[in-house]
Write a protein that binds this ligand. Structure first.
Ligand code: GLC
Length: 705
């Protein structure tokens, strides 16, 4: 979907001629409620979009209403389909650990297809905020800490959401969010202010939006936060100069929930009238839920502070998207299609595969995994061992917990009839209604079992919007449960279910086997059993660093260098993360050999090939995400100590060797120059290839003009 390519200008011009001022303003109004008031406004053409409103029959009904009215312009129907519509997929942060762009594209396409069956035509996703502060609850919604990888994922998800197998028009527009810099909220406190330099804006926060726009996103959502004093939803610089001029965006901008109105709270608008004037002139076309465009624009037009040309520009951007979606020809979705597609077996199979690939093996020191199916007895313990609703993560959309396969269920299905499976909840989760669960019975059950599967972590309500934490520990009394169980049974597999990196230094000392399982959606239990019993060899790699302690935050792998790198320290903590970006173990053992470059000098227009041999030095087939990092050790500005610029997920049979080749071209060496345009400066570059961001397998070359 590319609004620039699908120009409908003449039709839109004709339409604008026949619209009243109120009908034009109506196109800029989106409501998240649908009561008598909104119903009447829809009828009168004074609402152009709804959210939190879906369902094949009622959407078709209201669209028919509209098309028979004096202002026959179909509604945009938006929804937060962040990780699945009816079929529950893993949270986006989990999916990103798969490094499987094709599968992430597929889950987005499935979610859009299921949503479109219910009349949704605008999905408020992908969330593309580059997140480096796990205190911020919304890290769960994105693709981690790396701008380049986050760009690959953003593009894949936009392609997925906007893919459409039915005809030549996308039925859904993606809406990458939150433009821009939301994840930099100070202190990890959601909705807080940010300090983002123009360089950091261009190097870190803009790239995923650029990728999403280049992938054809028809909409972008403006954020709640300011960018160093310039609130994103009222910023002409960010929305017009950067998003539209620099990134070439031609779709519509929808505000986050009432974020234009919040210009008053930010202190950049004296009143709602000024907030609307700034918001519209900045380039926010669709105002989410506040209704202030409808209230304030007539007077602003009357006074001439907003001209009809300003209004028409905004309406045109919205109509371009509606035409691009094919809404004027087709908005109906028969009930039967939803019944056929919602949670289609193929969708559920994809959910299981995505969940398998999202799991990250953090520790397996005693090679306890994979488990034998012939164990005499396994006890599954923990508040998340049989907690279906938590597996659906922080944006549960129209998923249904009754379909969720929990860890306990998945293990029960996986073992042989001779294996006894016990269960003990052990303790409750914070916020849960059911506060039952006692450690004593869990310890007793652990004492008498061959192996313990211990499912600990956060309640899903700990992640997502406005769920910032000041600590990153396991919520109590899980720490005590863990210690008491480990004291009576040496064979403990700790399975973490959480929406953010946690500080696991203590846990790592107590347990030899740790699996990061995030919130894996409908197929959680099946995917976990597949990994635990070896039907799937874990291949996930972390896309966000796990700190040793919250005092290290923010901590991420691609920080800029310092003038005294060797002296940087804490007197009371390491300076490295507990688990770094790109880290993840396998049941196989992979060996990297023979890193070679096709040349030691690269000229503009040439391609330099990086080659490495990967060997599976084990008896088990598996997949390895081979990562290639680049470093520019001397440039006109300080550059990150390394940056991921390529990866390949390679499958190897036992003993098999494969040559993996990455191609380097000049554009990959570029960074935002003094004018923010990409520049590649001549000089030395270093290439690192390995299994995580600490890899020291290095070769170097020179870029020469
Ligand atoms: C929320 C979120 C945004 C979401 C929107 C609509 O406040 O910030 O991500 O898409 O409102 O629900």
């Amino acid at each position: 979907m590319d609004c620039a390519r699908m120009d409908y200008e003449d039709q839109i011009t004709e339409m604008l001629k026949n619209m009243t001022i109120f009908q034009k303003i109506g196109q800029l109004v989106q409501f998240g409620t649908f009561r008598e008031l909104e119903k009447q406004l829809v009828k009168d053409g004074e609402i152009g979009s709804l959210l939190n409103f879906c369902g094949s029959t009622q959407v078709t009904e209201i669209q028919n209403w509209i098309m028979q009215s004096e202002c026959p312009i179909p509604l945009l129907i938006g929804d937060d389909v962040i990780h699945g519509y009816k079929t529950g997929f893993p949270i986006p942060l989990a999916e990103s650990c798969s490094f499987d762009l094709a599968c992430m594209e597929e889950t987005a396409a499935i979610a859009a297809r299921e949503a479109a069956c219910d009349g949704v035509n605008m999905i408020f996703a992908p969330m593309v905020d580059v997140a480096r502060d796990p205190r911020w609850g919304r890290v769960a919604e994105g693709a981690g800490e790396d701008p380049w990888y986050g760009s690959q994922v953003a593009a894949a998800r936009v392609r997925g959401f906007q893919r459409n197998d039915w005809d030549d028009k996308p039925h859904v527009t993606a809406c990458p969010k939150h433009y821009v810099g939301y994840a930099a909220s100070e202190g990890g406190r959601d909705y807080s202010y940010t300090e983002i330099s123009e360089r950091t804006l261009h190097e870190t926060y803009l790239p995923p939006f650029r990728a999403a726009v280049e992938a054809g996103a028809g909409a972008v959502m403006s954020a709640f936060n300011d960018v160093s004093g310039d609130p994103a939803s009222l910023s002409h610089h960010l929305l017009e100069d950067v998003l539209r001029e620099e990134l070439g965006f031609r779709g519509l901008v929808v505000s986050d929930w009432e974020s234009v109105e919040q210009g008053v709270a930010h202190g950049v608008a004296a009143d709602l009238r000024e907030a609307v004037k700034k918001g519209l002139l900045a380039g926010v076309e669709l105002d989410m839920n506040s209704g202030i465009y409808r209230e304030q624009l007539p007077a602003l037009l009357e006074s001439g502070e907003i001209t009809e040309e300003d209004l028409d520009r905004a309406v045109r951007r919205i109509l371009r998207v509606k035409f691009s979606l094919g809404l004027f020809e087709q908005y109906e979705s028969p009930e039967s299609l939803g019944q056929q597609l919602h949670r289609h077996p193929e969708h559920v199979r994809t959910a299981r595969q995505m969940a398998r690939e999202s799991i990250v093996l953090l520790e397996n020191r005693k090679q306890l995994l994979p488990l034998s199916r012939e164990l005499g007895s396994i006890v599954v313990i923990g508040p998340l061992a049989d907690a279906p609703s938590h597996m659906l993560g922080c944006w549960q959309c129209k998923t249904d917990a009754s379909h969720v396969v929990t860890l306990l269920q998945g293990v029960r299905e996986a073992v042989s009839a001779d294996t006894e499976i016990r269960y003990a909840k052990g303790c409750a989760l914070p916020f849960d209604e059911d506060q039952s669960g006692d450690i004593e019975s869990a310890v007793l059950a652990a004492q008498g079992s061959d192996l313990v599967l211990l499912a600990l972590g956060e309640p899903c309500g700990f992640c997502g919007e406005n769920n910032s934490r000041a600590f990153l520990d396991l919520p109590q009394p899980q720490d005590e449960l863990l210690r008491r169980v480990c004291a009576v049974n040496p064979n403990v597999v700790l399975i973490l279910m959480n929406g953010r990196p946690l500080t696991l230094t203590r846990e790592r000392e107590l347990v030899d086997t740790i699996v990061e399982a995030w919130y894996l959606g409908d197929e959680s239990g099946h995917a976990l059993a597949d990994v635990l019993f070896g039907d799937y060899n874990p291949s996930g790699k972390l896309t966000i660093s796990f700190p040793r302690s919250v005092g290290q935050v923010p901590i991420y792998y691609n920080q800029r260098n310092s003038g005294r790198p060797e002296l940087i320290r804490y007197i009371d903590e390491e300076i490295t993360p507990l688990y770094p970006f790109g880290y993840g173990l396998s049941y196989s053992r992979f060996v990297y050999e023979d890193l070679t470059l096709s040349a030691t000098v690269l000229h503009p227009g040439e391609t330099l090939r990086v080659q490495v041999t990967l060997r599976n030095d084990s008896e088990r087939g598996g997949e390895e995400v081979v990562q290639m990092y680049l470093r520019d050790p001397a440039a006109s500005v300080t550059r990150p100590v390394r940056e991921l610029k390529g990866f390949e997920k390679v499958s190897l049979a036992p003993g098999e060797r494969k040559t993996v080749v990455f191609e380097i071209t000049e554009d990959m060496l570029a960074f935002p120059g003094a004018d923010w345009k990409p520049v590649a400066e001549p000089g030395e570059f270093q290439v690192f290839v390995g299994g995580d961001s600490r890899c020291d397998n290095m070769a170097s070359f020179r870029l020469e003009q």
